[in-house]
Design a protein around this ligand. Structure first.
Ligand code: PLP
Length: 412
């Protein structure tokens, strides 16, 4: 099946008992069996089935299958949030003394997880410039994971994932990529060399701001049996390539408890069905808004990787099927108050989310990054004048008019 078809039919055919074509919401905590022996078989993974919804659920399972197919992976685990996915992944993989290499400009929650939580368990975080050569130089025998975002939120850096993947392969390091802002629709990033893909499904995948969720996909590229994660390497000798997902589900995910509610998995499945239709409109509206802002005399700067003067333009269009994403940031002329612009918006919503059908705008420095001091924020690429916009799929002229009048009010 091609991507637009997988988005609708992947992972679920129809319910053979009732004929239901929408995935039924199995709103159940647990599952009954006719005999104690049967329950024991399923419990120990010797027979297929579900035992407890913290570990697996049929609605969530359909979402996992569909996401795995869309990412061209060997399997997926859906989680209660994007942060649930990243934390389960890192706590499941890393141990004290291991090093994780990453870049500046990541989503604020991920930065906080890495620096406030993982470091407490002795994991070493190295934050590097968004440049593959810097990664090549930083690798040591302790490096286990490279973590990257496809287009960083909110600095809009576009890492050359192919180059990172060569470094990862050369040193047998795992390349984990957060593809929240590009989604499987701008291209399954397995083809660029990602070993594990994570998503906040809250964003474009859900598409309507109705639920929080996340996912981890194993693309099948990393050879766990010969890999640098000792426990997984041993398990993979017996269990093969599914070792990572099996350990994640049966130990890490089970013990950390970040499972999604079945109702939320249903909403993610529904969102996925229209993702291939929505994503190109999001990106086209974003490109047009970036170009409009770029031409406004009272706008000092615009950061969108698809703009002609962006150093990332060739890479972003090459890697992501001719699209540059739906997020942009901009700053008004000196002295203008970003809050005044945000408050004057009539259509765009002042909200801390992205990937909604609606256009959303926020001031990152006073919200997502407020816990950091000014110097740290500058290092993270978050300036005090920065306004971030997640461009929706409304009529472009309405979006443009809204920003035009809001900017005029804030700079008059
Ligand atoms: N990754 C990225 C790139 C994000 O933008 C976000 C949230 O904004 C997350 C992860 C965390 O996702 P969630 O809010 O679903 O926990």
């Amino acid at each position: 099946m091609r991507p637009a078809t997988t988005a609708i039919h992947g992972g679920f055919d129809y319910d053979p008992e009732t004929g239901a074509t929408a995935v039924p919401i199995y709103q159940t905590a647990s599952y009954a069996y006719a005999s104690a022996a049967e329950l024991a078989e399923v419990f120990h993974g010797r027979a297929p089935g579900h035992v407890y919804s913290r570990i697996s659920n049929p609605t969530t399972h359909a979402l996992e299958r569909r996401l795995a197919q869309m990412e061209d992976g060997i399997g997926a685990i859906a989680t209660a949030s994007g942060m649930g996915a990243i934390s389960a992944l890192m706590l499941g993989l890393l141990r004290a003394g291991d090093e994780l290499l990453t870049t500046r400009g990541l989503f604020g929650g991920t930065v906080s997880l890495f620096h406030n939580i993982l470091t407490r368990f002795g994991i070493i975080i190295k934050t590097l410039p968004p440049d593959a050569d810097a990664f090549a130089r930083a690798v040591t025998p302790e490096t286990r994971v490279i973590f990257a975002e496809t287009i960083t939120n909110p600095t809009m850096d576009v890492l050359d994932l192919e180059a990172l993947s060569h470094i990862a392969r050369e040193h047998n390091i795992l390349l984990v990529v957060d593809a929240t802002v590009t989604t499987p629709v701008l291209g399954p990033i397995k083809r660029l060399g990602a070993d594990v893909v994570v998503h906040s499904t809250t964003k474009f995948i859900n598409g309507h701001g109705t639920a929080i969720g996340g996912a981890i996909v194993d693309t099948g590229s990393y050879r766990w049996a010969g890999g640098r994660f000792e426990d997984l390497a041993t398990l993979a000798e017996r269990a093969g390539q599914m070792a990572f997902l099996a350990r994640l589900r049966n130990v890490v995910y089970r013990d950390l408890g970040a499972c999604p509610a079945p109702q939320n998995s249903f909403l993610m499945l529904q969102g996925l069905e229209t993702l291939p239709v929505r994503m190109p409109i999001h990106c086209e509206n974003a490109r047009r808004l970036a170009e409009f802002l770029d031409g406004c005399a009272s706008v000092k700067w615009v950061n969108y990787p698809g703009l002609a003067d962006s150093p990332y333009r060739p890479t972003v269009y090459r890697l992501y099927n001719g699209c540059a994403g739906a997020l942009l940031t901009f700053g008004l002329a000196d002295g203008a108050d970003p809050f005044a612009c945000l408050d004057a918006l009539r259509l765009a919503r002042r909200m801390t989310n992205l990937g909604d059908a609606r256009t959303l705008a926020l001031h990152p420095a006073s919200t997502i990054f407020a816990e950091y001091d000014a110097r740290d924020r500058t290092e993270m690429g978050v300036t005090d004048d920065m306004i971030r916009v997640s461009v929706g799929i409304e009529d472009f002229e309405d979006i443009r008019e809204d920003f035009e009048q809001a900017i005029a009010k804030a700079t008059e």
